[in-house]
Design a protein around this ligand. Structure first.
Ligand code: GAL
Length: 416
């Protein structure tokens, strides 16, 4: 509880410190892209708009996963001062659309043919009641491992493909004195690992039953207990200073060779690229062992706030810029994600990006594409946050696995 109050206060402090001074013709964009890799990607968008004579009013709210950004957004809207455009994930878009807060982008979408190029899985969130309310800028996925190649080579570790191989690999790294798992102890990061661990432990039917259908039997199952047991195993391989560390600092530990692995969404690749590292040469990207067939995705979308019932010129320009195929390629090459359109070539992408695009298409075709629970694409924010609380309490040793399972069942029930 104390933590929640502190978070709220700091969100308001950010708000006060960055009162908006947007001019007509500018777009004011609220987002949480503040790490080196994220900022580099955001620059691609800023420059695109500036080349069209549209000014950019930056409204960054630090905090991976966007929890703090959503708190600031609520305060802005409540005080009658909604930003022009907001980075948003999954069910948050639906929630705001249902409140009638978002602009209707149907005319632009029809003109630009969005219906035929944006994958169905994303349209589910970009549209509400048949109305386009957001422009998707990318597709990320959470079930990735990022590894330092030199560290693995030095220790004779092959890329692990099963849970047991992963545990053996983590053991070897720990024995060498290096950190096996670079991790930041923040609720959304714990939950990001949990996406992959739950999928790997129980497979896609289990993942869907638990996190999409919110079936109490799956949430309270022995499989869920095993997933928590595996989280405890991972906990034993993080370093002593993991608590509160930002995700990009955890990426830096792998980049610098202080740690072997990070389990994180492909925004982590943005950090490796920003540090001048090359996939296959300096670092490896591969799916979390046991989830090679699956993709747990999230898509950053820009929701445009309703400004008196019309879409302003600058809002329209932003939406069109985001959806242009050339931009989708240029932006996602830097961001670590893959395009939110099916008609963008993979030519400009590195090996991890090419794999990401291939995996996404294959998972979508074979019915193995699932929304990320940690990043707002499996269930609404109230449920997501309830899951965060349990996963984090367990990761920090407050609950054993059996207690975590029963807490999960009741927390999810209460949150609905
Ligand atoms: C995710 C978002 C990514 C990345 C990450 C860490 O929720 O989709 O774009 O920014 O948080 O900040």
């Amino acid at each position: 509880m104390r933590l929640k109050i502190r978070k709220t206060i700091s969100a308001f402090a950010v708000l006060a410190a960055s009162a908006s001074f947007a001019h007509a013709g500018d777009v004011e964009v609220l987002h949480w892209w503040t790490s080196g890799g994220e900022a580099a990607a955001l620059n691609v968008l800023k420059q695109d708009l500036e080349s069209q004579g549209i000014g950019w009013q930056d409204m960054p709210v630090a905090g991976g996963g966007g929890t703090q950004a959503m708190t600031v957004l609520r305060a802005r809207v409540t005080s009658g001062n909604a930003p022009t455009a907001v980075q948003m994930l999954g069910f948050d878009i639906t929630d705001w659309a249902k409140e009638g807060a978002l602009a209707n982008l149907n005319d632009i979408a029809a003109e630009e043919g969005w219906d035929s190029v944006v994958p169905e899985a994303l349209q589910k969130f970009s549209k509400n009641d048949g109305q386009w309310v957001a422009a998707p800028v990318n597709v990320h996925s959470t079930n990735w491992v990022w590894a330092n190649k030199a560290v693995l080579d030095e220790l004779g570790i092959a890329q692990p493909t099963t849970w047991d191989e992963l545990v053996a690999a983590m053991d070897k790294v720990k024995a060498s004195g290096k950190t096996a798992v670079a991790h930041g102890g923040q609720a959304w990061q714990d939950a990001t690992i949990f996406d992959a661990v739950a999928m790997s432990t129980g497979g896609p039917d289990f993942y869907k039953a638990a996190f999409v259908d919110l079936d109490p039997a799956a949430l309270g199952s022995d499989t869920m207990k095993e997933a928590f047991d595996r989280m405890a195993v991972i906990r034993s391989y993080v370093d002593d200073n993991f608590s509160g560390r930002d995700w990009n600092l955890a990426s830096a530990m792998v980049i610098n060779g202080d740690a072997a692995f990070q389990f994180m969404g492909d925004w982590a690749k943005g950090e490796f690229i920003n540090a001048g590292k090359v996939p296959g040469q300096d670092f490896l990207c591969f799916r979390f062992p046991g989830t090679q067939e699956q993709v747990t995705f999230n898509s950053d979308q820009f929701a445009l706030f309703n400004q008196g019932g019309t879409v302003s010129d600058e809002q329209g320009a932003l939406a069109k810029a985001i959806m242009s195929p050339a931009f989708q390629s240029a932006f996602n090459v830097v961001k670590g994600s893959v395009p939110a359109r099916v008609d963008v070539s993979d030519e400009a992408f590195d090996a991890c990006g090419k794999q990401g695009m291939k995996d996404l298409a294959a998972a979508s075709k074979s019915g193995n594409l699932y929304g990320s629970a940690a990043h707002g694409h499996a269930n609404p924010a109230s449920v997501k946050n309830a899951i965060y609380d349990v996963v984090t309490a367990h990761f920090n040793g407050e609950y054993d696995s059996a207690t975590a399972v029963s807490e999960l069942v009741s927390a999810v029930e209460l949150a609905q």
